[in-house]
Design a protein around this ligand. Structure first.
Ligand code: ZN
Length: 436
């Protein structure tokens, strides 16, 4: 993509010259070790567009490595023809161009790619692509084994810093789900107090290991309208299922009071531990998700309640940009993060970056997060190739938006560079206390 403004190339050169922070990804393992060229095209998120453009059965077949890729090509060809212009497709196109020197998708192109598939499970090869992307650090939501974290034996993928994943800890609904969470501490618990103490101990262990934040994506399993129930309401539910290991609290009547109470309590722990909280808001990965429960605006009273807890709202609340900007402007403790969003919808980002500059403090915006590895294809690989492409799109989106603002005389070129530096590096570096 190219901006029309005079200063576009100058700003893009600047954005390409600086190291950036990847605010969010799911790189559980290095990789992929590609075994066929269709894997390179499908990647992970682009598979959703392909599935949306064909059928669930055909999309599933695209992932079936036991069928020769030549047999899967007709499905890919048909789906590509219907969805080759999305942001996700942009990632694929850039990967094809940079790593395979292919300008388009064809059977012949795939045949040529077959001969040069990289093994990105190799740590050095993996890290070399991150270096080319100038991604200095990745904040990773990778669900590590709690026991390994507490023992200090867990090894993240290159450049990775872990976060503490919260959803399972406040969605407890049975005796077994409680004991499974506290098991790494080598004990069982029987009261709400004991459970909260155990959670706090796990959080402290993660922090000692080097975790830089909490992460919550409960928008996938419930609406974000967290209420403020009493401890008595929560404890009644907890005691009800702890009294009989066969009981399961029902959603939402029984689970909500406990879930909401625990989440509020964890926010106070986050405040006391000085760790920020990343929250999934907006679009849900995959198909058929109901986005209405994921709009961050439902958390306005929650942010008001937790004034001293610091929040990072993910995915620019796509497609509810106005609500995200309102929250960021109105609440000093709320930041907006464009992780995933740059490839999810590049034009949304370009427009919102411009609007963010004119409406919210530019020091509260985080410009990039690759968000790769969540789908679990090819072993939750970290996809440095796609992260490279995604970072390139993010740099272009920011350069286009800011050069447009320079063009209309809103700010000077040097000031625009300062904003870009903040969005891509300085703001998350300070917020997450990364000390880079
Ligand atoms: Zn994610």
């Amino acid at each position: 993509m190219k901006g029309a403004a005079q200063s576009y190339h100058d700003l893009l050169d600047y954005c390409q010259s600086i190291y950036i922070i990847d605010c969010h990804d799911h790189a559980m393992h290095t990789g992929p070790k590609y075994t066929d060229p269709v894997q390179v095209v499908v990647g992970e998120y682009f598979h959703t567009d392909l599935a949306s453009a064909t059928s669930a059965e055909e999309a599933q077949l695209l992932l079936d490595d036991t069928v020769a890729w030549e047999k899967r090509w007709p499905i890919l060809e048909k789906a590509w023809a219907r969805t080759k212009h999305t942001g996700y497709a942009q990632v694929t196109r850039r990967v094809l161009r940079r790593f395979y020197e292919e300008d388009g998708l064809s059977f012949e192109a795939l045949q040529r790619m077959q001969e040069r598939l990289p093994d990105l499970s190799d740590v050095d090869a993996y890290d070399a692509v991150l270096e080319e992307a100038k991604i200095l650090l990745r904040i990773e939501d990778v669900w590590p084994d709690t026991g390994e974290i507490l023992a200090g034996t867990y090894t993240p993928t290159p450049r990775g810093k872990v976060v503490i994943s919260l959803p399972d800890l406040h969605a407890i609904r049975s005796y077994a789900s409680v004991q499974e969470i506290v098991a790494p501490l080598g004990r069982t618990v029987s009261t709400l107090d004991e459970y909260l103490n155990a959670c706090r101990e796990i959080f402290e262990g993660f922090k000692s290991y080097g975790a830089v934040a909490f992460k919550d994506q409960s928008a996938y399993t419930r609406a974000l309208d967290y209420g403020n129930p009493t401890r008595a309401e929560a404890e009644a539910v907890f005691n009800w299922f702890m009294a009989d290991p066969l009981r399961n609290a029902s959603y939402p009547q029984q689970t909500r009071p406990l879930d909401d109470y625990l989440f509020n309590t964890f926010m106070r722990m986050a405040r006391d531990m000085d760790l920020p909280v990343q929250i999934h808001t907006g679009h849900l990965a995959g198909l058929w998700g109901d986005i209405r429960g994921a709009n961050a605006v439902q958390m306005a009273d929650f942010f008001l309640r937790h004034r001293q807890t610091r929040f990072d709202l993910f995915h620019a609340n796509w497609p509810y940009s106005g609500e995200a900007l309102y929250l960021c402007k109105n609440f000093p403790n709320v930041m907006v993060d464009f992780c995933w969003t740059n490839m999810l919808d590049p034009i949304y980002c370009q427009n919102m970056y411009r609007q963010a500059l004119s409406s919210v403090p530019h020091g509260k915006i985080f410009g990039f997060g690759s968000d790769l590895g969540a789908h679990g294809f090819y072993g939750h690989s970290g996809y440095p190739d796609r992260a490279w492409a995604h970072a390139q799109i993010a740099r272009e989106n920011i350069a286009i938006a800011l050069s447009d603002m320079v063009e209309i005389g809103y700010l000077g070129l040097d000031e625009a560079k300062e904003v870009a530096y903040g969005w891509l590096f300085a703001n998350p570096n300070a917020f997450y206390r990364l000390g880079l």
